[in-house]
Design a protein. Structure first.
Length: 168
């Protein structure tokens, strides 16, 4: 009888361990799902605010934190450049793009002189980011890409730069 009870305890213990593993997996998936939803809502709000600022010069003035005088039309272009960049980052953050795919999108965006002007005008904004943050790392990746585009001696922009490794 003692052997049967011991066997039952082992089966129950194994079942409890499996149940705990499943519960942990469900919890981790729930957290990822909630985080993705929160990022999407934050992105939607950011985009709505940018659209309002692009449509209303009085609101665009609130976002004028450039170190030099930027004409209103250029500010609106910069806001749109920011929207494009943040949109690409959003897709990366929610897992819809790998880092290499994000790099490919940035390679296209960085071909545009207005985007490069925006990126330079907002350089001081990125200096406030913690060096170890993901956003700072992606900013450095974009800095390097822009420099490689400017230094390239080819018209084949789609081959400029090296695709980054996706972090594990």
């Amino acid at each position: 009888m003692a052997t049967q009870i011991s066997g039952v305890r082992r089966v129950v213990s194994a079942a409890q361990a499996r149940l705990a593993t499943v519960a942990g997996s469900i919890t981790a998936a729930s957290v990822r799902y909630l985080r993705r939803g929160a990022l999407t809502e934050q992105h939607r709000l950011h985009f709505d605010l940018l659209c309002k600022a692009m449509d209303d010069p009085a609101l665009a003035a609130v976002l004028d934190t450039y170190e030099t005088e930027i004409p209103l039309e250029k500010q609106r272009q910069f806001l749109f450049a920011n929207a494009l960049y943040v949109n690409a980052l959003h897709f990366y953050r929610i897992g819809a793009l790998s880092r290499a795919e994000l790099y490919g999108h940035l390679r296209i965006i960085c071909q545009n002189q207005i985007f490069r002007d925006y990126w330079e005008a907002t350089r001081h904004h990125r200096k406030s980011l913690p060096e170890v943050s993901e956003e700072a790392a992606l900013g450095r990746m974009t800095d390097d890409l822009i420099q490689e585009i400017l230094d390239a001696d080819t018209d084949e922009w789609w081959v400029v730069g090296s695709l980054p490794d996706d972090p594990a």
